[in-house]
Every structure is written in structure tokens, then in C-alpha cells.
Design a protein around this ligand. Structure first.
Ligand SMILES: [Cu+2]
Length: 177
């Protein structure tokens, strides 16, 4: 990664971190997670109108698993909010927007029927432990090294194609490159 790109990515990361801290507690995020996220976001970016979708990836699943998680950072450069409603993929029966949340001492996951708002000038990160794409009824296990095409559906931007790079199942724990 060259210096300019890296600096830009860091600036973007710092700005978005400050923004998203209002809504989410990121204090639990390890330094390794932040570094891996930054590297992913710099590596793969898809522009769709005022949206930039960066660092799309999924985690490998175990044989027999019916679902897989997909993650991507979405930046909205528009003056109006947009909304991620859901998606589809040839690799899965359906793709939903989910949220993981602690309820008391139990981690619970639920479908966001209305999707998730991408604020004007803001960024929303779908990442392990929080918001994610849920690939349901996957047709085969997601294997490390594969690329899974997903078409996301936004209220205003419409359909946007991204590719999830499948990483090892414990990807966010061991990254740093
Ligand atoms: Cu889920």
C-alpha cells in the first residue's frame, strides 16, 4: 500500500470511528481488528453513486452449516440518508440484514426487517459482533479463498453488486497484514 493511500485510509477510518462511536461502543474492538478492517477497506472498494462499499468479506463456514456472515463498510457521501434493505446471492437461498446484540448476558441475533440506515455523510460498518449480512440456506460451505457475489439492495441507490472475499473462520482474530 503506498503512503498516500494509507494516509487517506487512516483519515477515513479515524473520521468514521468518531462518527460511529455515537451509536456503537467500539471500545471492545482490538487493535488487530482495526488494522485488518483498514487493510480490507483499502483493498476492495465498489462505488455506486454516492455510496462506497469497502472491504467486503465473509468468513468460511463449517461443513453442514446453513448460514454464513457477510461484512462490508458502507460510506454514504450524499446529503440524504439511504437504507440498506437486504440482498441476494446465487450462493444462498436469501440474504438478510441482521443485528447482533447483547440482551442481558445473552448474545442475540435478529433480522432488521426495515434494513439499516446509512446516514448522510456517514459510514456504517457491518462487522462481526454487530450488524451483518446473513447468508441463509447457503448452497455449499463458504471456503477460504473463494469469492461470493452478493447483490445488495438500497432504497435509493438500488442494486449494488459486491464480492465477499472468504477469509478463514477466525479471520478477525489473526489478521494484521
Ligand atoms: Cu445473522
Amino acid at each position: 500500500m503506498n503512503y498516500v493511500l494509507k494516509t487517506a485510509a487512516l483519515a477515513l477510518f479515524a473520521a468514521s470511528f468518531a462518527f460511529s462511536a455515537q451509536a456503537h461502543d467500539h471500545s471492545a474492538m482490538s487493535k488487530e481488528d482495526a488494522t485488518a478492517m483498514e487493510a480490507r477497506e483499502a483493498k476492495s472498494q465498489v462505488k455506486a453513486g454516492d455510496l462506497v462499499l469497502a472491504g467486503a468479506y465473509a468468513r468460511a463456514t463449517l461443513p453442514g452449516a446453513k448460514v454464513g456472515g457477510g461484512y462490508v463498510s458502507i460510506t454514504n457521501g450524499a446529503r440524504e440518508a439511504d437504507r440498506l434493505l437486504g440482498g441476494s446471492s446465487p450462493a444462498a437461498g436469501r440474504v438478510e440484514v441482521h443485528e447482533m446484540k447483547m440482551e442481558g448476558e445473552v448474545m442475540k441475533m435478529r433480522k432488521l426487517a426495515d434494513g439499516v440506515e446509512i446516514p448522510a455523510g456517514g459510514i456504517v460498518r457491518l462487522a462481526p459482533g454487530g450488524l451483518h449480512l446473513m447468508l441463509i440456506d447457503i448452497k455449499a460451505p463458504l471456503k477460504e479463498g473463494e469469492t461470493i457475489p452478493v447483490t445488495l439492495e438500497f432504497q435509493k441507490a438500488g442494486k449494488v453488486n459486491i464480492n465477499l472475499a472468504v477469509e478463514a473462520a477466525n479471520a478477525s482474530m489473526e489478521h494484521g497484514k
